[in-house]
Design a protein around this ligand. Structure first.
Ligand code: FCB
Length: 486
């Protein structure tokens, strides 16, 4: 295996323990201006303690996903998803837990919506569970499943909160996995049919739709590293899966346009700005990681095709991708979107021999805290991807404040610094229209079970009681002021 393919296979991105620690030195994000962090954005930071206003109408939100909060996994006709299957093997989950109850949101949704209203939220990003809507191979639409989201959307609208619905946040119905899942080209059609049913029911009220949550994480974690459902490790399959997910995105956008729904639709990319750890790291190595982390996913949707130079990627992955692509796909995948959704947690610091830890690492071990990465990503999209309308669909950090579980000062500092970066990006031209903190509630963090608490609101998983943390009160003030104060 070549070094580059080894790097590519290791997946320098998220959820990987980062080793080593180099001293800070020269650094420039791939694809970003050559400006080192600490110039424009930071000098503005130092120069004032005034409130930094966001554009009027800015959408302040929180994000969740169905499998992580709903529970009630067999209610109203829901069938198993690949995550039900994956977590049934306790060895796959850090605390050997599962999402059978999670936050019990399927039954407590009204109280949770009241909480959102109390925080003054204007936007709520949730996901729709595919196995509730199309629970079986006969492809029948389950009206009881749709009715839950119908009530939820009505409840949001009644509280003045804009619904932002993700069509797919990783919970593929198990019967579809049994039919080949995303490896099967038919998956794009399955997804479009499901999406069409959802648009028909909710399309008159949902403000924004995100198609597929973080294709990159599905590809890397689900099909390369095998540390998320469906737990495969096969580079070739992962290449096919990536393409079919992109195709599914495109087909859903087409279904949306045909549906006459009123809202906007866009993708949801997990972005990771890439930086060399030091001056000795060859630019082409950083470029290869940027390809793997960002351009491979952004370009087919936003620039009309995959990057052409793929020789730094795993040959098996590229072979799989090539085996899946058909000439007619590019136009479908690149169908016009109304906004670009992104999730930002961590940069990738690229060393000569692998990933490097440079910034403070959160208690999840894979996240380096680097707010300027958000600034760099937003301004890069503005510059290099035709100035799209952008929505931050997730940004957050697990809480490790220790003694007092609701006094989450570190989360406040995380959110504040990232909002300052976002505001500066807006001032520098990025068309950012909304921000969603991950997450409203402590929840089931996939293979990490309940060991990581990302919520602005604490959940006692024994009693299901909710307690607002300090960060919730802080965020409510930001929302009320439409500004972040340094
Ligand atoms: C994102 C996922 C979300 C949650 C956060 C911490 O990648 O979309 O469900 O797990 O990470």
């Amino acid at each position: 295996m070549t070094r580059s393919s080894e790097l590519a296979q290791r997946g320098i991105g998220r959820r990987q323990l980062l080793g080593g620690c180099l001293a800070a030195s020269s650094m420039a994000a791939v694809g970003c201006t050559a400006r080192a962090p600490g110039t424009s954005m930071h000098s503005a930071e130092a120069s004032t303690t005034m409130p930094r206003p966001f554009p009027s109408g800015f959408a302040w939100g929180v994000a969740t996903s169905a499998f992580q909060i709903e529970g009630s996994l067999t209610s109203d006709g829901r069938t198993a998803s690949i995550w039900d299957t994956y977590t049934a093997d306790k060895a796959h989950v850090a605390d050997r837990s599962n999402a059978t109850v999670a936050c019990d949101h399927y039954r407590r949704w009204e109280a949770d919506l009241d909480l959102m209203k109390q925080l003054g939220l204007g936007s709520y990003r949730f996901s729709i569970a595919w196995p509730r809507i199309v629970p079986a191979n006969d492809r029948r639409i389950n009206s009881a499943g749709l009715a839950f989201y119908d009530r939820l959307v009505d409840g949001l609208v009644a509280r003045g909160i804009t619904p932002v619905a993700t069509l797919f946040h990783w919970d593929l119905p198990q019967y579809l996995q049994d039919a080949g899942g995303w490896e099967n080209r038919d998956s794009a059609g399955w997804f479009a049919d499901y999406a069409q049913a959802v648009f028909a029911k909710l399309g008159d009220r949902v403000g924004s739709w995100a198609t597929i949550n973080e294709t990159k994480i599905i590809v890397q974690m689900g099909y390369q590293q095998g540390t998320m459902a469906p737990g495969q490790r096969d580079a070739r399959v992962s290449g096919r899966v990536m393409h079919h997910l992109n195709l599914a995105h495109g087909r859903a956008v087409q279904a949306f346009r045909a549906s006459g729904a009123v809202g906007r639709i866009g993708p949801c990319f997990a972005v990771a700005p890439c930086y060399p750890a030091d001056a000795s790291v060859p630019p082409e190595v950083v470029d290869g990681i940027d390809l793997q982390e960002n351009r491979l996913y952004l370009d087919p949707l936003l620039r009309g095709g995959y990057p052409t130079k793929l020789d730094r990627l795993d040959p098996g992955f590229v072979a799989g991708l090539n085996s899946a692509v058909r000439p007619e796909d590019a136009a479908v995948i690149a169908g016009k979107v109304d906004f670009v959704g992104l999730t930002y947690y961590s940069p990738a610091i690229v060393g000569s021999t692998g990933p490097v830890q440079r910034y403070p690492v959160a208690s999840n071990h894979w996240q380096q805290i680097f707010p300027q990465g958000l600034y760099d990503v937003l301004t890069r999209l503005h510059r290099e991807y035709d100035d799209p309308s952008i929505v931050v669909l997730e940004n957050g950090v697990p809480d490790d404040s220790g003694e007092d579980p609701v006094n989450d000062q570190r989360r406040i500092e995380f959110l504040r610094s990232h909002l300052v970066a976002a505001q500066q990006a807006v001032a520098d031209g990025a068309r950012l229209t909304g921000y969603h903190a991950w997450s409203l509630l402590d929840n089931f963090e996939w293979a990490q079970g309940y060991t990581q608490r990302y919520g602005l609101v604490r959940v006692d998983f024994d009693t299901q009681s909710r307690t607002r943390k300090a960060s919730a009160a802080w965020y409510a003030k930001v929302i009320a002021a439409n500004a972040v104060t340094v």
